[in-house]
Design a protein around this ligand. Structure first.
Ligand code: NAD
Length: 291
């Protein structure tokens, strides 16, 4: 007989909806002041996944009353031409928020492009200046996935200050920014990576575990301290042995972890939808600060 499930499952879709509801009044207030919120996205030819994402963004922004403009560039665009488009958007007073869809065509350096987006309009938090500002305790726009992780932890009501947190994975876009934000919130933070020996001995001490490694079933119940908060950022496609069909799973084995943790986030339906909501929140914040 299976053991009773104890963890509260964090519903990312519900939390995302709550975030969107909280933004509606702020968007309306800006429109009333004659400053309608505007997000401009840049996409280069041959980026099919980006086009699907852009179409969904256009729909969501439309529903929220955010003006969305997509700048479509040809596949043979040069880096200089792309930078010129970003420069115009950086200068345009009525553009509050900029994002550049990845991947970029061969020969264009994403680091150069991302660093060129004005930090005050960088709603994906990809300009290094923005994460640098956190270290100096300054207000900044932060990477959306890291913000989503923090929002999910905060939604549990479990205090972060003084707690022990372990980040599994230390990438530039997720693991490291999450570690920095947890440090900023005054947790004691351990950042782990693929070379970390005996990961379980670290996670077993943690009040908060965030996994962003991209490894299915990396984090299991025996690695978790009773009552911990476990946030799963992983998005992995695996073949389900029972059906033979592909499905999406995270890094966390929710079956075993939910018997030990107090809070756990599922995949799908966890960090993903909240990440999308964070882009909208960053967009509104960029607009509010743009006076
Ligand atoms: P990445 O490949 O750039 O980095 C993975 C990190 O995990 C590295 O630091 C690596 O050293 C570490 N790692 C790998 N195996 C490990 C192990 N056994 N123990 C400890 N650390 C280990 O990946 P990424 O871009 O940070 O993405 C990580 C996961 O998060 C992927 O599954 C990705 O699809 C997902 N993701 C989700 C969102 C979202 O919004 N939900 C956004 C970005 C990425």
């Amino acid at each position: 007989m299976s053991e009773a499930v104890t963890a509260n499952i964090l519903d990312g879709r519900e939390l995302a909806e709550e975030v969107r509801r909280g933004l509606a009044g702020r968007i309306a207030a800006l429109a009333d002041e004659g400053r309608p919120v505007r997000l401009d996205a840049v996409i280069s030819g041959g980026n099919d996944a980006g086009s699907v994402y852009a179409a969904s963004q256009a729909r969501t922004c439309g529903q929220m009353g955010i003006e969305y403009r997509l700048h479509e560039l040809p596949e043979d665009v040069t880096q200089q031409q792309l930078l010129n488009v970003v420069a115009d958007l950086n200068d345009a007073k009525d553009v509050h928020a900029i994002m550049v869809h990845m991947p970029l065509p061969d020969g264009i350096d994403p680091d150069v492009v991302q660093s060129f987006i004005h930090p005050d309009k960088d709603v994906e938090g990809v300009n290094p200046a923005n994460i640098g500002n956190v270290i100096y305790g300054r207000r900044s726009l932060l990477p959306c996935t890291a913000l989503a992780v923090m929002t999910m932890i905060e939604s549990t009501g479990v205090p972060i200050k003084g707690r022990m947190a372990v980040c599994v994975g230390a990438s530039r876009i997720v693991g490291r920014p999450v570690a920095v934000l947890l440090m900023q919130a005054e947790a004691t933070v351990v950042s782990t990576n693929v070379h970390t020996p005996d990961l379980a001995s670290m996670t077993r001490q943690a009040d908060i575990v965030v996994s962003a490694a991209g490894v299915p079933s990396l984090v299991t119940g025996d690695m978790i301290r009773p009552g911990a908060v476990v946030i799963d950022v992983g998005i992995n496609r695996i073949k389900d042995p029972s059906t033979g069909k592909a499905r999406t799973v995270g890094d966390v084995d929710l079956d075993t972890v939910s018997r030990v943790a107090a809070w756990a986030s599922p995949v799908p339906g966890g960090v993903g939808p909240v990440t999308v909501a964070m882009l909208l929140r960053n967009t509104v914040e960029a607009a509010e600060r743009s006076v």
